[in-house]
Write a protein that binds this ligand. Structure first.
Ligand SMILES: O=C(O)CCC(=O)C(=O)O
Length: 274
C-alpha cells in the first residue's frame, strides 16, 4: 500500500499522509451512521462511548479491519496486527475543545514504541476546523508531560509536553473526508479549536504488532485484525453482534472500565471525560 519512499518518510519524520482509505461518499456514510445514533441517543457521542466504539458498532468493527488501512499499517508494523484501541475525536462547530501537544505513548502502558495510529477524516480536517499538527522527527524519545485536566482539552488527563515545543515547525495535517494520516506513538502532535461552522470528526485507530504487551496495568484486551497471534499478550475482544446491542454494551463497559484504570493510574479519576 505504501511506497518505499512513504515508509522511509514515516521512519524519518514519524508520520505520513495523506493515505486514501475511503471515498468521500463512504466517509459521509460513516458520518451519517454516527449522527443517526446520536440523534436517537440524546446528542453528541460523549465520555466512554467515544473510546473503543468498534466494540459497540458493527460499522466501526468493519472499519478497523479495512484492507487499505491494514495494508498501510502492515508496511510499517509487520503482518501480525492487533487493534488496541480507537477513539472518536469530535470537535463541535465553533467549540473551544483542543488537544495539547503530547506523545500518545505517555500513559498507554505499552511495552514498545512500535505503535501506530491511523486517523481517518470523517469530515474534512483543515487549519480552520482544528486539524492535527505534527512535529517531524520528534518520535525518537519519550519526554516528560504535565497533567493539566484543562476542561476543554480532549485528552484524558489534559496532558501536555513539559519541554518547549517549536510550534512554528508544526505541519498541518489537512485531510479530505476519507483520507487518513499515519503517526508514530512518540510523535509530538496536537490540535487547535474548531473555528468553523461545522463539526470536525476524526476516528483514530491504534495498531500494535502482536509482540507488544501491556506493562502498566491489569491484563488488557485487543482485537486481532490481521495475521496470527502466537503471543497471546492480550485477551481477544468479541466483535459486536449488532449495533449497540446489550451484549456489545456489556463487553464495551467492562473493557473501557478496565482501560480507564491504566490511563488514569496515579490520579483519583476513573471516568473518560470527553
Ligand atoms: O483529533 C485530534 O485533534 C487529536 C488526535 C490525537 O491526538 C491522536 O489521534 O492521537
Amino acid at each position: 500500500m505504501l511506497s518505499s519512499q512513504a515508509v522511509e518518510t514515516y521512519r524519518r519524520d514519524g508520520f505520513y499522509f495523506p493515505i486514501d482509505v475511503l471515498s468521500e461518499a463512504e466517509a459521509k456514510s460513516y458520518r451519517d451512521s454516527l449522527e443517526a445514533f446520536e440523534a436517537g441517543h440524546g446528542g453528541p457521542l460523549k465520555g466512554d462511548l467515544r473510546h473503543k466504539p468498534h466494540l459497540l458498532f458493527t460499522w466501526l468493527n468493519d472499519l478497523i479491519r479495512h484492507p487499505r488501512i491494514l495494508d498501510a499499517v502492515e508496511d510499517v508494523l509487520g503482518p501480525n496486527l492487533l487493534c488496541w484501541g480507537s477513539t472518536f475525536f469530535i470537535k463541535e462547530a465553533s467549540d473551544a475543545g483542543f488537544v495539547s501537544w503530547h506523545q500518545d505513548s505517555t500513559y498507554w502502558g505499552l511495552s514498545s514504541p512500535d505503535v501506530a495510529t491511523v486517523w481517518i477524516a470523517i469530515t474534512p480536517a483543515s487549519e480552520v476546523n482544528g486539524c492535527m499538527k505534527f512535529i517531524a522527527g520528534t518520535h525518537k524519545a519519550q519526554v516528560d508531560h504535565t497533567d493539566t485536566f484543562h476542561k476543554d482539552n480532549l485528552l484524558t488527563r489534559g496532558q501536555e509536553i513539559a519541554v518547549e515545543v517549536d510550534e512554528d515547525k508544526g505541519v498541518l495535517v489537512e485531510l479530505k473526508p476519507g483520507q487518513a494520516s499515519l503517526h508514530h506513538v512518540l510523535l509530538f502532535h496536537g490540535s487547535a479549536p474548531n473555528r468553523s461552522g461545522d463539526r470536525r470528526i476524526g476516528y483514530a485507530i491504534r495498531y500494535i504488532p502482536t509482540y507488544v504487551r501491556q506493562i502498566a496495568g491489569e491484563r488488557d484486551s485487543a482485537t486481532l485484525v490481521r495475521g496470527i497471534d502466537t503471543y497471546h499478550h492480550f485477551e481477544p475482544e468479541p466483535a459486536p453482534d449488532a449495533d449497540f446491542s446489550p451484549a456489545a454494551r456489556a463487553t464495551h463497559t467492562a473493557i473501557t472500565q478496565r482501560q480507564v484504570k491504566v490511563l488514569y493510574r496515579g490520579t483519583d479519576r476513573a471516568e473518560f471525560r470527553a
